[in-house]
Design a protein around this ligand. Sequence first.
Ligand code: SF4
Length: 177
Amino acid sequence: MSKLKLATVWLDGCSGCHMSFLDLDERLLAIAELVDVVYSPIVDAKEFPDEVDIALVEGAVASVDDEKKIQKIRAHSKTLVAMGDCAITGNVPSMRNPFGPEAILERAYIQNASAQQQIPSVIVPKLLRVVRPVHEFVKVDVFLPGCPPSADTFYAALTALVTGGPLDISALTRFGA
Ligand code: SF4
């Protein structure tokens, strides 16, 4: 049986969800028996593949680049998993929403800069006016709550998704493995 194709994606998040995923430790070997990781910050693929079975998405949608990425991810993924509270609710990145992007850029690149105070016009993608969760842009199939979701939550969810078994994470802790 061919392995399922797994992608993990990092939008506007702190990478803590990916760190928790790596906390699977030796269980990563068991997961690797079941899936091929075809796109992720931890592999060297530059383009999101055309056909992905399971996409784990960390972070909220905060920029025009994030919005393009999540549309592409949805179009090419059978199962899209919102991974962690930033993807599910906006969480920490959405704390900027009351202030607007101009004030945030001013604070980061002018007021808090000790040299070369200037707001970048290239490389940094245009920020959306408000940060919003993934499900406000595309259909989400599975929500994995937690900040971050625990390694046990990842393991339970991934094994259920890959084997087609029942997905019941209600008994798992939200914090820590
Ligand atoms: Fe970081 Fe928590 Fe957001 Fe995950 S849910 S990206 S750990 S702030």
